[in-house]
Design a protein around this ligand. Sequence first.
Ligand code: ZN
Length: 273
Amino acid sequence: MTTGKQETGTAVRIRPIPAFNDNYIWLIEDGTHAVVVDPGQAQPVLDVLEQTQLSLVAILLTHHHHDHVGGVMQILQKHPALVYGPALEVLPACDVLLGQGDCVTINELSLRLDVQDVPGHTAGHIAYAGLVNTANGSQPVLFCGDTLFVGGCGRLFEGTPAQMLSSLDQLAALPADTAVYCAHEYTLANLRFARAADPNNHDLAAFEKVCQAKRAANIPTVPSTIGTERLCNPFLRSREPDVANSVQRWANKTLQTPVEIFGALREWKNGFK
Ligand SMILES: [Zn+2]
């Protein structure tokens, strides 16, 4: 009897390699092969590869910031892996230049990830979305760097509010059970701001409690899911009347368009203590 579930390759696990104060370098591995996402620091990755004896086959980069690419050259000296990254950014190394509509296939891990352009945090930022084969079956995943965070979004260093809103809309359209692997543990600060922007959101209040308990136990709050982000993340909810009203109260003026509201929400967060 067939179950309808396709068995392809061995199961992979995804876990964080902590770096700097609050970065997560994501490690995707099947016990033999490994991929890392955004290795801002080399040593923590080199240590894990040494301990586990995994063979590094690829490095995936989302954007050019040092805390995402700073470890690449030193890792390559020991592990000559293929580097994938955004075509529109200057990177320390990149073998495969990617943009909207491209697909990354890593046969060793049966990985197939679609590339999306998500400008806003940086001008050429990309995200990787696809399915991984886990011990519990097929799981949709997203590696989104500094575009979407748990309960928040990246600062607009190089892009406009219109670009970031459109990038986040694209990510929000992914399946609800997509696991969101962002690059920083910013969740509790993000959720404190989220509560100010979206004070009557009961899902958000409950989610904040869950995340506080995780942090108290030193457990990462990442990944969350796209479904949770749609319910709790004010930057995916700036068109909701409650959030829009809070933003307009903060700005002390009427804002006409979703882009204006989103832009003001991001400004409010920039100065939020
Ligand atoms: Zn960044």
